[in-house]
Design a binder for this molecule. Structure first.
Ligand code: MLT
Length: 205
């Protein structure tokens, strides 16, 4: 594989459940979202890479200059490296990228969004828990046609400014994505209401 990510893969048990790509938040690892993935979509294959950038020991998927301050070149480079690895992993594990559904939290949600913006063919759908605008760049027209994205944010999140979810929704809609945006009574951590909203959205596919 191009750029190896340490990862976990659990094969699916049902042929109809979409494979999930689990992307953890800052300071997490490849184990963090396994239970969430199993809860959201029993039977799905789970592919869960570990972020390969260390911020004082806390693992992430791209470096940042400060909290909420990003270097577009760094974000693009890391996003494309993850996309290249994903393409190879999809072949290795016989996953259809058009059905691959990202479930990302915080920094993991952010790299799922930049994957959609920069390499839209990597994913078929995405559940983004607490995403923000990292790359202020609209998706290319038509590049996200037929793809569904759920944005779940908290109304008292100290990390994600309130104008970011609608701005991110607009950047993804520019590519033709069908975006559902929900603001929940929550902070940055996800809650049972997020799990319920994601389950509901996934079953409506
Ligand atoms: C990021 O850096 O991706 C966001 O600030 C989310 C976080 O990791 O705290």
């Amino acid at each position: 594989m191009s750029h190896p990510y340490h990862h976990l893969f659990e094969p699916g048990t049902g042929s109809t459940a979409p494979p999930l790509l689990l992307l953890h938040g800052t300071g997490g690892n490849e184990h963090d979202l396994l239970r969430l993935g199993r809860t959201l979509s029993p039977g799905s294959a789970l592919l869960s890479p570990r972020g390969d950038v260390s911020e004082g020991g806390a693992l992430r998927f791209f470096a940042r200059l400060a909290e909420g301050v990003f270097d577009p070149a760094e974000v693009s480079r890391r996003t494309l490296a993850l996309a290249d690895w994903l393409a190879a992993a999809a072949k290795r594990y016989h996953l259809d990228p058009a059905r691959l559904t990202a479930v990302g939290f915080s920094n993991g949600a952010n790299i799922a969004a930049t994957l959609l913006q920069l390499r839209p063919q990597s994913l078929g759908a995405a559940v983004l828990l607490r995403p923000m605008v990292v790359l202020d760049q609209p998706a290319a027209p038509g590049s996200l046609a037929g793809k569904r994205v759920l944005l779940l944010n908290g109304n008292v999140d100290p990390i994600v400014p309130l104008d970011h979810p609608p701005r991110l929704a607009a950047l993804l809609r520019a590519g033709g994505a069908e975006v559902t945006q929900q603001l929940l009574p929550a902070s940055h951590g996800f809650t049972p209401a997020d799990v319920a909203a994601a389950q509901d959205w996934l079953t409506r596919r």
